[in-house]
Structure formats: structure tokens, C-alpha cells
Design a protein around this ligand. Sequence first.
Ligand SMILES: [Zn+2]
Length: 246
Amino acid sequence: MVCRLCDQEKKLVKAHIIPHAFYGQVSDPKAGTLALTDVDGEYPKKSHSGLYDSTILCGECDSKRIGVYDDYAKKVFVDEQFKTEPIISACKVVGYKTSDLNYANIKLFFISVLWRASVSSQHHFRSVSLGPFEEIARSMILDNNPGSTEEFSVIIYKFSDVDYAMPIPYLDKPDGVNFYKVFLPGYCAFVKVDKRKTPTALRYAQIAANEPIIIISRQFIGSRDGKAASKIARANLGRIKIREPN
Ligand SMILES: [Zn+2]
């Protein structure tokens, strides 16, 4: 079969759309990570191994190209091996600042997750379609080119309350501009898939080369995504308890 990344006829491997390392790294090992979707009342999937597709990547592209970004993202978002300084406003931590992160690897990680979801025929990811941006993303991955701040702009959020729920990526339109929300346990990134500029209100947090990276602190419970996740989990998996705020 033909690898969707290098375009060569090769033996393809089981490629995770969201890397395996992000499943099961949760506060409650018994519960596993909840991979949730609200597409057409789809059942949530309590997953320890994650969702993969055997029709998209050859072994080399999976492990040596995209695998480099996945390994880096695990160090950052699972092991949290980086130093941060809290950003405080009105006596509250509203975010974190760090100079420890590699812009190119973070950016290409999120682009590659969306690209994988877009080329995948796995039904869980059918809500992700990059259209003309799919080929742009593919070239950026092949060239290891993270692009400018405005190309596939990335804004990172850390949830202050939940680290076990991982909704499926979906399209959102802050101020009418197309962004996909990509979830990891405890984190979410907004990734712009649009030629228009990032809305002014979000620009301060776009990650940029050679600049400290800002991570915005956000609550999951009570948010639109948190409410949707809680509703789906309650409706379909009654035995899994979603923590409520104290
Ligand atoms: Zn390949």
C-alpha cells in the first residue's frame, strides 16, 4: 500500500492518530483515559491502547518522522519535563510561561495529529478534514518545517482540574476563523486551519519561534467541552464517574 506521507509503496504499520503514550497516563489508572466523541451520539471509548489506522503510514514515517514529534510531545505533555513560571493576574494563576520548549517540535506535533486524523478513514476522526491544508501539512511534516507563527497557529491550554478526558478533535470558529481543538489528557491546543489571521484576542498566546511559550490555564469542568464530555460519559458509561468541582 502507498504511505500517505512519503507517497511510496511500502508495508504500512498500525499508526496511532494520537500517540499511544497519551492513553492510560491518567490520574486514575483503573479508569483509563476517556476518549470521547459527541459525533452522532457515538459511544465514548475508554481506551488504554488508543485509536490507530493501518492504512496511512509506513514504519519509517511513523517512527522516524512523526515519531520524533510524538516522543517530544510525550516528554512535554505527559512527563511535563520542562520548567514553567506561573503568570499571575488578580492573585490567580492564569497561565504559565516557559522558554524550555522547542517551537518546531510542538508545532509539527499538533499539525501531524490533525494531518493523521484528516487522512485517516477511522470513523472516530471523520469530523477532521483539512481540505486544501492537508497537502500543506504533509509538506511541512516532510520538510520538518514548522512554518511561521500564523501558519497553523497553535495556542496551548492546560486544564487545571482534569487530566483523564480526551475528546476527539473538532472544528471551532472563534471570531469566525477556523481552528481545530486538539485534546490531550490535561491539555488542549487550538490549531488554526485558515488563511485568515488569528483573532486579536488570541494572538498573545500564539506560539512563536525564539519566544517564550505561553500556556493558558483553563478549567475543563464547567466549560463547554467539559459539559459535553460529562454528558456523554454519563449517558453511555454510567460506571465512570466524572469528578465535579468541590
Ligand atoms: Zn512513508
